[in-house]
Design a protein around this ligand. Structure first.
Ligand SMILES: [Zn+2]
Length: 212
C-alpha cells in the first residue's frame, strides 16, 4: 500500500471506530485526513461506513476541492474540512459528527464553556458555536471559518452537529469523545440546578439515598 492508500484505509478504520461508538449515526457525519500539504482524503457522500471500500474514498486538492481519486463523489462537507485543514497546517484530522449530546446542545445556540480541568486540556476553555446554515454550503463553511483560532479544538454548528480536529487522528477522536462528555456534564449540571431550585426535597431524598 502506498501512503495515499494507507490514509484512505485510515479514513475507513476511523469512521467505523466512531460509528461503533455512536458518533456517526447512519450515514451522518464525515471525516477528512490530510495526505500532504496539498491534498486530503475524505469519506464519500452518503455512504455506509461499514461497507465502504478504499477506492471509494475521495482524494481532493485542498486549494480548490478538485477530486483526484475516488469512485464516488466526496462528502458535501468537503469545503468545511478543507477550511479546517488549511487553517491549522499542523492538523492531520478533521471530524464532523452528529454525536447525540453535543448536537442536542447546539439547539441552545450558545458556546459551551468547559469547566473540567481535564476536559480543558483537550477542548480549551470554550467550544464556540457557529450560526446556522444548511449542510454542505459555503455559508456554513464561512460561519465556522470566522471562529477558527489557535486555542480552540472544536466548533459547534447550530441545530446540526460539531466539527473537531487534531494534530493526529487519535487526538481528533479524543476531542470528539471529550466534547460529548463535556456536553453530557453540562446537561447533568443544569438538571441538578433546576431540580434544586424547583424541587429541593427531591435533591435531599437523592442525597439521603446516596448516603445510604
Ligand atoms: Zn452534518
Amino acid at each position: 500500500m502506498n501512503q495515499t492508500q494507507q490514509i484512505c484505509q485510515r479514513v475507513i478504520d476511523t469512521a467505523i471506530a466512531l460509528a461503533d461508538q455512536g458518533f456517526l449515526a447512519g450515514t451522518g457525519g464525515n471525516l477528512a485526513l490530510r495526505i500532504d500539504a496539498k491534498t486530503f482524503a475524505i469519506t464519500p457522500s452518503a455512504s455506509d461506513y461499514y461497507t465502504m471500500t478504499r477506492d471509494e474514498i475521495s482524494v481532493l486538492k485542498l486549494a480548490d476541492l478538485s477530486q483526484l481519486a475516488g469512485s464516488k463523489p466526496a462528502s458535501v462537507e468537503k469545503g468545511l474540512h478543507a477550511k479546517v485543514l488549511l487553517a491549522f497546517p499542523d492538523c492531520q484530522a478533521s471530524i464532523h459528527t452528529h454525536q447525540p449530546i453535543a448536537s442536542a446542545f447546539t439547539l441552545l445556540n450558545q458556546a459551551l464553556t468547559i469547566r473540567d480541568d481535564n476536559h480543558r486540556t483537550i477542548l480549551g476553555n470554550q467550544v464556540p458555536i457557529a450560526g446556522y446554515a444548511p449542510s454542505g454550503t459555503s455559508w456554513l463553511t464561512n460561519n465556522v471559518a470566522r471562529l477558527l483560532r489557535a486555542d480552540i479544538h472544536a466548533c459547534l454548528m447550530r441545530n446540526h452537529g460539531v466539527i473537531c480536529w487534531g494534530k493526529t487522528v487519535e487526538e481528533a477522536c479524543q476531542v470528539v469523545t471529550t466534547l460529548e462528555q463535556a456536553a453530557r456534564e453540562w446537561f447533568q449540571d443544569i438538571l441538578h440546578t433546576q431540580t434544586r431550585r424547583n424541587n429541593p426535597a427531591l435533591i435531599d431524598q437523592i442525597q439521603q439515598a446516596l448516603a445510604g
